[in-house]
Write a protein that binds this ligand. Structure first.
Ligand code: CA
Length: 710
């Protein structure tokens, strides 16, 4: 279809939807939230006007964070603290994966649009879970090797009858919201020899779709790109870090940035600063806010030997979405040194601080400080630690700079640093309730020991971060009585914790707050929990049988309020064993969207998988100790990033538990890409047939040992 004509048609539909919206508003009687649309035509007819007035249509969830402010707060109040104990199963949708799921769906006029692994998109009836269409970008399985933290996707955008999603292999794709047919796609990667991916949600403002990339652990240079929603044409690109300053700067801001880098920096590593998470938009100020990622490689002493702030790593950028020019910036971690991304979700709100009404932007980045910033000017209003922080004593509000202390400096010798590279808060979205004035943060309390690797070498296709890290004094599998990781309710004005719910294991789910005085969170042990937003009292605890990391959403269809969430474990925890007691260990990490409503029954649980059930094994290999040792070495080099070597289940298949049929085609899987469609890369260029035999011998031998079989 002619994109121009399509635009006119979509505009007419949007106009009709707005008119209908006003008509329906008239039926808002007695304060009940009973607005309903019947948008049989014009599916997904979202635009800036509608999003800006999102509170008038509280039944919709327009963006990954519901609105431009991305508070992840729903004004719906049919489900309340008083009745949430009757919350139960409404429907489920099979995502046909056992890989990690991290997205919050968009729900518009009764249709849910959800993204999954690789950038797959599923459109379902939001009242029934019935599939309308699904789209697979058909990413080659070899791209799994370029994703540090799983082949994940954190969301999509819906705009004027189209759905926009990034595929793992770097394409921005526009789909027809009614049919799922692709309308255009753009290659967002500036260099296909570098290990870029897309894992984040695009955002759309003023008919521009903005997308960043992931990959800083593999040596890339961060940037965001803005495309015209109708034509797909590139409007502008903003690089978050300079390239080698002997080359011309692509835009004026990079001259300022380059002055904060050693000219002799390790430019070959790309610098990092990738944009793979938080964004938000203020339509009145017309500013787009973007969080930038960690450095490449991590240690500043390696990367930029003379030091310097290394702008715009680990920063919040305010950008004019029409021009791509920078309005202001705030760097959370000058001279980023610890994988302290500032890509956690960004939330806009209004609040009174020191007697003045302020329009603020808030973030809890990995570095452990909670930031409240005036979003018109970039002025830092407060920055207080929300978890244990030992790399800085405090943030100086005059200069806006953290005061770094020797405890965090591992230039000369290894140091145990808090937070770890996992951060005090990772990508799992926090939420803000304007009713309680509190922010709800899924926090991680885990230090790690950082040690520099001398003279790291950039190699395409390999993670090279310039440090080794290992667990610190808090074990990842803590004693049962310990609950160091917590959902914290944080007062952003008084800068204090108001309540907390402790968890034994990290990596619990993102948050949803609702006007029913509720906060919803999925947990790593496979439950959907609800807490009273003001006190933290647990008011619902529903077993779903699958670990949850993603943040839930709330919406209304035909007068019924639903809560829905993507369930599926992994991500940054991909190659780690599932914690004991996790639902995924027992029920196989069955990737699903699960929706809940009042009066629903119990959630159907996936069948139990016995991870220690007997599986037939080939007999012990006739191999020398040297061959087995070499097989083990090759296994650790090529396989162990995804496939655990012990007998614990993980997201990727446990190779000690392969079926006989898999043993038979093991060589073809490794060398010919037989399971590439499942995300198992083809190693034919790196591993020889003899080496595959050595790896296989090692696996079979180890499986016998682990199971105590002669
Ligand atoms: Ca990182």
């Amino acid at each position: 279809m002619n994109p121009h004509r399509r635009g006119i048609a979509a505009s007419a539909v949007v106009f009709a939807a707005i008119v209908l919206g006003f008509v329906f508003q008239e039926t808002l009687l007695g304060g009940t939230l009973r607005r309903q649309t019947t948008a049989a035509e014009g599916i997904g007819s979202v635009d800036g006007t509608r999003i800006a007035r999102a509170d008038e249509e509280p039944g919709n969830w327009y963006t990954v964070g519901r609105t431009f402010s991305e508070q992840r707060f729903s004004p719906l109040a049919q489900i309340t603290q008083e009745n949430v104990d009757a919350l139960g199963f409404a429907w489920e949708y099979d995502m046909r994966t056992t890989r990690p799921l991290e997205a919050s769906p968009v729900v518009v006029d009764g249709t849910m649009y959800a993204s999954g692994n690789w950038g797959r998109v599923h459109a379902v009836n939001a009242a029934t879970g019935e599939e309308m269409w699904s789209y697979d970008p058909r990413v080659p399985g070899s791209w799994a090797r370029k994703a540090c933290c799983g082949v994940v996707n954190r969301g999509l955008a819906v705009w004027k009858g189209s759905v926009y999603v990034g595929s793992l292999d770097g394409r921005l794709i526009r789909l027809d919201a009614t049919t799922g047919e692709p309308l255009w796609e753009q290659d967002t990667l500036i260099d296909r020899q570098r290990d870029y991916t897309i894992t984040s949600a695009p955002r759309i403002v003023r008919d521009r779709v903005i997308i960043g990339n992931s990959g800083a652990e593999y040596g890339v240079r961060g940037y965001i790109s803005a495309y015209d929603t109708a034509s797909g044409e590139l409007a502008w690109r903003f690089y978050t870090v300079p390239a080698d300053p002997s080359q011309p700067f692509e835009h004026p801001e990079l001259e300022m940035a380059a002055a904060t880098w050693d000219p002799q920096s390790l430019w070959e590593f790309g610098g990092g600063g990738t944009v793979w998470g938080g964004m938000a938009y203020d339509p009145e100020l017309n500013l787009l806010y973007v969080g930038t990622g960690n450095a490449s490689p991590y240690p500043v002493a390696t990367r930029s030997p003379a030091g310097g702030d290394n702008l715009f790593l680990a920063s919040i950028l305010a950008i004019d979405p029409d021009t791509g020019r920078l309005a202001w910036h705030y760097q959370t971690t000058p001279g980023e040194n610890w994988d302290y991304t500032a890509t956690a979700n960004l939330i806009l709100a209004e609040m009174e601080i020191d007697g003045r009404q302020r329009r603020v932007i808030m973030q809890a980045p990995k570095n452990g400080f909670f930031y409240v910033i005036d979003r018109a000017t970039g002025e830092l209003l407060s920055a207080e630690p929300y978890v244990t922080v030992n790399w800085a004593s405090h943030v100086d509000l005059e200069t806006g700079r953290p005061i770094q202390v020797p405890a965090g400096n591992y230039d000369e010798e290894p140091k145990q640093v808090s937070p770890s590279w996992w951060g005090g808060h990772n990508w799992h979205p926090m939420a803000f309730s304007p009713m309680t004035g509190l922010v709800y943060i899924p926090t991680i309390e885990w230090p790690t020991i950082f040690a520099r690797v001398p003279d790291p070498i950039y190699r395409p296709g390999q993670q090279t971060v310039g440090v080794t890290t290992q667990g610190g004094s808090f074990p990842l599998d803590p004693p049962v009585e310990d609950a160091p990781h917590a959902l914290k309710a944080w007062d952003p004005v008084a800068n204090r914790e108001v309540w907390r719910v402790g968890y034994r294991f990290p990596y619990n789910g993102g948050l949803l707050a609702t006007a029913g005085n509720l906060v919803f969170q999925g947990t790593v042990d496979g439950r959907l929990k609800a807490y009273a937003a003001d006190t933290g009292a647990e008011v619902a605890n529903i077993e779903v049988g699958t670990s949850i990391m993603a943040a839930p959403v709330a919406f209304l269809v035909d007068g019924t309020q639903y809560i829905a969430v993507e369930a599926g474990y992994g991500g940054g925890a991909n190659a780690r064993p599932f914690p004991e007691g996790s639902a995924a260990i027992e029920r196989g990490n069955a990737g699903r969207i699960i929706a809940f409503k009042l009066g629903g029954g119990g959630v159907p649980l996936p069948p139990l998988v016995d991870p220690r059930a007997e599986i037939p094994l080939p007999s012990r290999p006739d191999a020398s100790p040297e061959t087995l040792a070499e097989g083990g070495r090759l296994y650790r080099r090529f396989c162990a990033d995804c496939h655990r070597i012990d007998d614990h289940p993980t997201v990727a298949p446990n190779l000690l538990r392969m079926d006989v049929a898999v043993h038979d085609v093991f060589e073809r899987i490794v060398l010919e890409g037989l399971l590439e469609a499942n995300g198992m890369p083809d190693f034919g260029r790196e591993i020889t047939a003899d080496e595959v035999e050595e790896i296989h011998a090692f696996l079979v031998e180890t499986a016998h040992d682990v199971r105590g079989i002669e």
